[in-house]
Design a protein around this ligand. Structure first.
Ligand code: TYM
Length: 360
């Protein structure tokens, strides 16, 4: 059995970057849940997709919006194709082991590992004096999310690579400190549990195209929920006329014609990347043959149509799901129950390895 785990923060509305960089890939993992290895053995993959609400409070947040953002994010996972009969969808704060393992891992994670985190530095700069301990600790909570499920495949966008490396380092450090030699075996024996590895080292699975969708107002910075300018991103739930307007106004350059990978034309690459990503199966050449000679004025409506066409069915499914939150709550409860079973088992092993008095 292999496990896949990933999550998105329920801060504001999810955007095209979250969808193309992460969620869409989750659906692929889910649909390939049964594969064969080279020897023909069946490999089953269990998928866990989490709404990481504990992460969402690491930046100032509005308590009157968190519940709605959480439900909306979960509904979007389903609308984008996550099927609760194949994957577990749950809310991070519903499984208490996440917060608890974070504390254990905090106590073995050197401060200077966290001081190196690029996202912390970027976000902390924006907050100045009031930056919270939680923001600093964000990557340890993320490591706990992953390690609790012994997940080895973590589909994320490019910006999460460093956090994934850290999760691997923390896992290794834990094993070096507590699982080498006979001590761990003895502790497991005393607790009456098998001495299996506590954690599994996770791997980042990053899509080839779409792993870094850039802002509509600056082709050199990432499309992001925290950009105060809403026109810098396409939210998955933006109505068609809003999408058309945002594309109409988005930043371009003074050149005629479109091309990939010209470092002086980041907007061209970004908009072509989006155009390709919303039309699965089309190659770069094929895209260029269609639109390469167009002016920006000709390309923009074609791009906007392609985005609208791709998002419309997702938006319709979203609306249908949100008509009845009872169903959504049931999905989240089933997801949390299944997640809790695995997470508490791992937490118990971590506590035993660290020498806690775990009740028999
Ligand atoms: P968040 O909410 O910031 O991002 C969620 C996912 O979206 C990807 N992403 C992008 N991909 C392409 N282009 C963009 N412009 C873009 N912006 C965001 C992110 O890489 C991410 O995959 N820390 C995680 C949430 C998390 C998590 C986890 C992920 C918490 N625990 C455990 C995996 C496993 C994050 O960045 O959320």
């Amino acid at each position: 059995i292999k496990r896949v785990l990933s999550g998105v923060q329920p801060t504001g509305s999810l955007h095209l970057g979250n969808y193309l960089g992460a969620i869409r890939q989750w659906v692929e993992f889910q649909d390939n849940a049964e594969t064969q290895d080279e020897e023909g053995n069946l490999i089953r993959t269990e998928n866990f997709f989490c709404v990481v609400d504990l992460h969402a409070i690491t930046m100032p947040h509005d308590p009157t919006e968190l519940t709605e953002s959480t439900l909306s994010s979960a509904a979007l996972y389903l609308a984008a194709g996550i099927d609760p009969s194949k994957s577990r969808v749950f809310v991070q704060s519903h499984v208490t082991a996440h917060a608890e393992l974070t504390w254990l891992l905090n106590c073995i994670t050197p401060m200077n590992w966290l001081e190196r985190m690029i996202q912390f530095k970027e976000k902390a700069r924006k907050q100045g004096e009031s930056v919270g301990v939680g923001l600093f600790d964000y990557p340890v909570l993320m490591a706990a999310d992953i390690l609790l499920y012994q997940a080895d495949q973590i589909p994320v966008g490019e910006d999460q690579r460093q956090h994934l490396e850290l999760a691997r380092d923390i896992s290794r450090r834990f094993h070096d400190l507590f699982c080498k030699g006979n001590k761990y075996k003895k502790l497991c024996k005393a607790a009456g549990v098998p001495s299996r590895p506590v954690f599994v080292e996770p791997n980042a699975m990053i899509v080839k195209s779409g792993a870094r969708i850039m802002s509509l107002s600056d082709g050199n910075s990432k499309m992001s929920k925290s950009d105060p300018n809403d026109a810098s991103r396409i939210n998955i739930l933006d109505p068609p006329d809003v999408i058309r307007e945002k594309i109409k106004k988005c930043k371009t350059d003074a050149q005629v014609g479109l091309e990939w990978d010209n470092p002086d034309r980041p907007e061209a690459t970004n908009l072509l990347t989006i155009f390709q990503a919303v039309q699965p199966g089309r190659t770069r050449e094929d895209i260029l043959n269609e639109v390469g000679d167009m002016t920006w004025g000709q390309f923009k409506p074609v791009l906007a149509d392609a985005i609208v066409n791709h998002l419309e069915p997702i938006q319709e499914r979203y609306k249908a799901i949100r008509e009845d939150d009872e169903y959504l709550w049931q999905v989240l409860k089933d997801g949390a129950d299944a997640a809790d079973e695995i997470a508490s088992r791992t937490l118990k092993h971590a506590k035993i390895a660290m020498g806690f008095a775990v009740p028999p």
